[in-house]
Ligand binder design. Structure first.
Ligand code: BGC
Length: 366
């Protein structure tokens, strides 16, 4: 059944003028249309977003979903946010249903480029515009790519690890993200560009973790650790989940806190590990900013306008330049965990529980 609602959308940058709050739900069958500001232009549209999973990072459900809901609610646009639960076929089915339900813009966080490109091609053939949210779909056809500068994310991780290690001779293990995630490639490239320049460092192991699976990451790290005879001085882990896996193995070997480990996403656990000193740093990527950028781009598409972009990203497989909105990531160490909390990226009450209360107080977080 196709359902379209007539919306009055606020101007792209005039979101502060909005709006009587409007509801939507996750089930895909309701969601009220917004009532608009008087300066908005008329548009008919509904935005579908498909998140990738709940396991590779807690960010998708705990940070992105609420941030997206808030951005769409504020814009007064109808939306439907679903999660593919790590299953590319399921993502395809959700996309089909969303298209059938009349979305005008479909944003996906692909689980791999091939399935993502197929979803986008089908959407395009039905007149539905697409956006790559967070992960670029290689060989895809998205109108826009909304993300952070992921090479910079890797550079911050590399620099963070170097800052924690200092000049000493050090053996480094890389625990990279999923080989099917273009971001993981960029993170690793960024980190290598920093660490490979430091002649005192030797990479003694490097492996990609399929689907960013945290449990498998622990097994892989254990193997790399054993293969290196336990002579590992630093771990470049691509996100907080993989970092946590490495820390658990280091703990079993009495090395947690002695061997710096990186991360990404500024999750509650990641920030707690940073405060405890078992993790050297994480990378904060504001979900509020990313969700807002997606909402702005999607609303522009709904209105038949061009979104404001920061540049283009080369799709090396499709041989095209994808108009992009790339945001700036921030390195977080023990010294500035409070920044994440001040920015609303996490709540102090979630981070500063139990044994972390004292550490928070020491770090000036309340
Ligand atoms: C995202 C990271 C996330 C990872 C696992 C990447 O594409 O950019 O923030 O930790 O996927 O979900």
């Amino acid at each position: 059944m196709k359902r379209k609602h007539s919306l009055v959308l606020v101007p792209l940058l005039g979101l502060s003028m909005a709006l009587t709050a409007c509801g939507s739900d996750d089930s895909g069958d309701s969601g009220d249309s917004g009532s608009g500001s008087d300066s908005g232009s008329e548009a008919t549209g509904k935005i579908g977003v498909i998140l990738p999973d709940t396991e590779s990072s807690v960010r998708w459900e705990s940070a992105d979903r609420p941030a997206l809901e808030a951005a769409f609610d504020e814009a007064g646009v109808e939306y439907d946010i679903q999660n593919a639960e790590g299953d590319a076929e399921r993502m395809t089915q959700i996309a089909d249903t969303m298209i059938g339900n009349g979305v005008t813009v479909l944003a996906i966080v692909n689980l791999d480029s091939e399935s993502g490109a197929a979803i986008q091609e089908k959407a395009g053939s039905q007149g539905v515009a697409t956006i790559d949210y967070d992960r670029l779909t290689l060989g895809g056809s998205a109108e826009y790519y909304v993300s952070f500068d992921n090479t910079v994310v890797g550079e911050l991780q590399g620099q963070g690890l170097a800052d924690c290690l200092g000049d000493k001779k050090a053996n480094i293990v890389f625990l990279n993200g999923s080989p099917t995630d273009n971001n993981a490639t960029l993170f690793a490239e960024g980190a290598h560009s920093v660490l490979d320049e430091i002649s005192n460092y030797t990479v003694v192991g490097e492996q990609a973790v399929p689907d960013w699976d945290n449990e498998e990451a622990a097994t892989i790290f254990q193997q790399l650790y054993t293969a290196a005879d336990g002579k590992v001085d630093g771990v470049l882990a691509a996100n907080d989940g993989l970092g946590g896996a490495a820390i658990s193995i280091l703990e079993g070997n009495g090395q947690a806190g002695k061997v710096p480990v990186t991360g990404q996403d500024a999750t509650v656990e990641g920030l707690q590990n940073v405060l405890a000193g078992t993790q050297c740093m994480t990378v904060y990527k504001s979900a509020t900013q990313e969700a807002q950028a997606l909402a702005d781009a999607a609303i522009a598409l709904v209105n038949g306008e061009d979104a404001e972009t920061t540049g283009v990203t080369e799709d090396t497989e499709g041989g095209r330049e994808v108009p992009s909105i790339l945001l700036e990531p921030q390195a977080i160490t023990k010294d500035n965990v409070g920044d994440v909390i001040e920015d609303g990226g996490q709540k102090a009450e979630d981070v500063c529980t139990g044994e972390f209360a004292d550490l928070c107080a020491e770090a000036g977080i309340s």
